[in-house]
Write a protein that binds this ligand. Structure first.
Ligand code: 5AD
Length: 417
């Protein structure tokens, strides 16, 4: 489902209305809404009014979506201005990305966020999409040092059955969700046959896009699942530094394998969502800059990043976590470099920054939210990090504009690899 900024009707003439959105006047086709008059508020897309909203709702949506940042140009260094200017026409170098990550000038940080927000609006318009994630098993063969459900951990484990997964998806689809991520640990209990059964059953009974987030399963497995109807894969490379990757993944799978998955997944026609963690122990600013450039070079449809959050009972439990400010800044740099990539405000971000971080994330170049739809009885067991954030914030679900087939069609176009 998607949310868009409301416009106020200035005048109506037949099936056309002049509306004011964000201070700009536009002409909109209103044939879908009867009895519209000056002063009413509407939600619209591509020149078509879709839905009327009350002034109170309009105010709330505007509050959710509007930025209040003011930029003071006089305190920006010429180096900073040159970098932002350059990013409009060419790729940035690692040094330039590092400058954006390292500057401590609050006006420059402000201006970076604002540039990201402007680019998001210019390239993706005022659409904020709300996706869902369902965590269907916390059993994992891997031992990633950062993760609370690593195999060595003494966590209580669960697996959802095929019908539990399918029913959870169908319930979400009824609410209007159109894109759902099915995530689990690397759990070989879910054979290709079983995952195919899940995807096939979902595709037969609803119109939703299924993204798989099930780890490194190899080419043949993903080929089959693509044929069965899975649309996307969420698989982060976590860090682009091979040494750091090796340290964090002691079970001996390497960064190369992860990156080769991302490449062949793209060849198979999947929509790719990938990214990394911010603030991993041992990660330098230069590493982060390289992560950003690696992400760009993979040219994914979605860039998914979040702060590292130390998880109890892991080798990294005593380390410091990544900060919300740095993660916001990385999101903004990503938006400046990758103008139309989807960037969700991730759960780790919400866990570290609370509910208000949603808006800040959207104002720093983010354009999507990811709500946790795992059934409540399993939810608290999927503790990849502690105190995981679950609030859905019903306002988004209430206001989301495209809950029906328009949303499916829009996504279909946007998800084309
Ligand atoms: N802190 C933040 N993110 C984590 N992930 C796993 N453990 C942590 C943690 N402790 C992220 C990884 C993984 C995704 C499913 O969750 O990036 O790809």
């Amino acid at each position: 489902m998607c949310l868009t900024i409301p416009a106020r009707v200035v005048s109506v003439s037949g099936n056309l209305a002049d509306v004011l959105e964000n201070g700009t006047e536009k002409s909109i086709d209103t044939s879908l809404i009867k009895g519209l008059k000056a002063g009413d508020w509407i939600l619209h897309t591509t020149g078509l009014a879709i839905k009327k909203v009350s002034p109170k709702d309009a105010r709330e949506i505007i509050e959710l979506l509007e930025s209040s940042r003011k930029i003071n140009n006089s305190s920006l260094s010429s180096e900073f201005k040159d970098i932002l200017q350059a990013a409009r026409i060419r790729d940035l170098t690692r040094e330039e990305v590092c400058y954006l990550l390292k500057t401590e000038n609050p006006e420059e940080i402000n201006a970076l966020h604002s540039e990201a927000n402007t680019i998001r609006k210019a390239y993706l318009k005022e659409f904020i999409c709300v996706h869902g994630i369902i965590e269907f098993s916390n059993i994992c063969a891997r031992d990633c040092c950062y993760c609370g459900i690593r195999s060595e951990n003494d966590a209580r484990r669960y697996r959802m059955t095929v019908s539990e997964v399918v029913n959870t998806v169908l319930k979400a689809a009824e609410k209007g969700y159109k894109l759902l991520v099915l995530q689990s640990g690397e759990d070989s209990y879910y054979s290709d046959d079983l995952l195919e059964e899940i995807v096939r059953e979902i595709k037969r009974r609803s119109r939703v896009f299924i993204f798989l987030s099930v780890g490194e399963r190899g080419y043949e497995s993903y080929k089959r699942l693509r044929k069965t109807g899975a649309s996307g894969v969420l698989l982060r490379f976590e860090t682009s530094n091979p040494e750091l990757f090796k340290k964090l993944h002691p079970e001996g799978k390497y960064l190369d394998n992860r990156l080769s998955h991302l490449r062949f997944l793209k060849e198979l026609g999947y929509f790719i969502a990938t990214g990394f963690m911010v603030g991993l122990p041992g990660q330098t600013m230069e590493d982060l800059a390289a992560d950003i450039l690696t992400l760009k070079s993979l040219n994914p449809g979605m860039a998914s990043i979040g702060p590292f959050i130390p998880s109890p009972d892991t080798p990294l439990s005593g380390e410091e976590g990544g900060t919300v400010d740095m993660t916001l800044r990385v999101m903004a740099v990503l938006r400046v470099l990758m103008k139309s990539v989807r960037i969700p405000v991730t759960t780790a971000m919400e866990t570290a920054g609370g509910i208000e971080i949603r808006k800040e994330g959207l104002m720093a170049g983010g354009n999507a939210l990811m709500f946790n739809l795992t059934p409540p009885r399993y939810r608290r067991l999927y503790q990849i990090y502690p105190h995981k954030f679950y609030q859905r914030d019903r306002r988004w679900e209430k206001y989301a504009l495209f809950q029906g087939k328009e949303s499916y069609r829009m996504l279909e176009e946007r998800l084309r690899p």
